[in-house]
Design a protein around this ligand. Structure first.
Ligand code: SAM
Ligand code: SF4
Length: 334
């Protein structure tokens, strides 16, 4: 419950924004085919928010009523000292959940630190259980390293671990059921994400590779019983339950089921751009404020409050058109 005295961020459409995804770096040790190009150029380090700036931004949002912060990237765990940042954010009064999305490559090393820093839930991306295919999709990733990372996280007893899988036709669509079983047998949840047209990519034609949530559900239901639930975790997933295991199976379906209507989130890019919508360019440059008025929490909060006036009603991703959003997901903060 939100206490009466706490401020809230409310946009023009009456939506309460209580969830922020903060990208702590646009860099990554993988080059997933749907996310970036092999030769992606990263933002010069001086333009990326410092850990102090990131901590101040987090504080501002929490004081404005944000209850959930997701640390993401790029690959958040390749940012040096990111665990210290999380330890600083997690005790902020009013914050209910600090969660992380990671590709898992650094988890074997960092899982204990993340747990100690107060992280409650971790989402780990995993698109294939076949080492060669995993390498093809991530271009540089090592499946074994990620599997060891998952085991290390399990050993820490986080409240919840979830696998995120992007499914592409003729790349990994036949792994839907094995991925569900992998997660279920380890007491983990799983969400399937439809590929979104963020940034131009050369690897594949997104319309051809499109594999809908309905097709994924059909594949799962051929092997297991799925029960629809009304459960919400404050994100865009629709959830089902895998009856034999109690595992939650989520679907993030920007194409087949637009999730804008009850959008409660905003994003901050690694450069400190406050993005009001994943699929639009409406944004506010928080870095400019952070650097012209260092440490000025009141000013920062004022800018964030005002930004709610430009949060768009929603977006409409098209499979056929070229992307209208030229940022790649790593730059956006997934
Ligand atoms: N590097 C971390 C990871 O991979 O989990 C965190 C950042 S990544 C951008 C966050 C999530 O976005 C991942 O689950 C990834 O699979 C997903 N993603 C990246 N590009 C995407 C795209 N074009 N469409 C849909 N999901 C995408
Ligand atoms: Fe890196 Fe995550 Fe993008 Fe893959 S999806 S390239 S792991 S940021």
């Amino acid at each position: 419950m939100q206490s009466a005295s706490r401020e809230q961020l409310i946009d023009r459409f009456g939506r309460v924004v209580d969830y922020v995804r903060i990208s702590v770096t646009d860099r990554c040790d993988f080059r997933c085919v749907y996310c970036m190009e092999p030769d992606t150029r990263f933002v010069p380090r001086a333009q990326v928010l410092t850990l102090e700036e990131l901590a101040l931004v987090s504080r501002a949002f929490v004081e404005l009523g944000v209850q959930k912060i997701r640390i993401t990237g790029g690959e958040p765990l390749v940012r040096r000292n990111v665990v210290d940042l999380m330890a600083e954010i997690s005790p902020l009064p009013g914050l209910r959940e600090l969660v992380v999305t990671t590709n898992g490559s650094q988890l074997e090393r960092l899982a204990p630190g993340l747990r100690a820093a107060g992280v409650k839930r971790i989402n780990i991306s995993l698109d294939s259980l076949d080492a060669e295919r995993f390498r093809r999709i991530t271009r540089t990733g090592d499946l074994d390293e990620v599997l060891r990372g998952i085991e290390a996280a399990r050993a820490q007893g986080f409240e919840r671990l979830k696998i995120n899988s992007v499914i592409l036709r003729n790349r990994n669509h036949e792994e839907v059921v094995p991925l569900v079983e992998f997660a279920a047998s380890r007491g983990m949840d799983i969400s399937f994400i439809e590929e979104m047209p963020l940034g131009v990519i050369g690897d594949h034609d997104r319309a051809e590779a499109y594999y809908s949530s309905d097709e994924i559900r059909r594949d799962i239901e051929a092997a297991h019983q799925l029960l629809p639930t009304a459960e919400q975790t404050g994100g865009p997933s629709r959830y089902f339950k895998l009856i034999e295991y109690g595992t939650r199976v989520g679907f993030i379906s920007p194409h087949s089921h637009n999730f804008c209507e009850d959008c409660n989130r905003v994003r901050v890019t690694a450069e400190g751009r406050l993005l009001l919508c994943l699929g639009q360019e409406h944004s506010v440059d928080l870095r400019a404020i952070l650097r012209s008025h260092p440490g000025d929490l009141a000013m920062l909060k004022q800018r964030i409050r005002k930004a709610m006036d430009i949060k768009p009603r929603g977006h409409d991703f098209s499979l056929k058109a070229q992307p209208i959003i030229f940022r790649h997901m790593n730059a956006t903060g997934g």
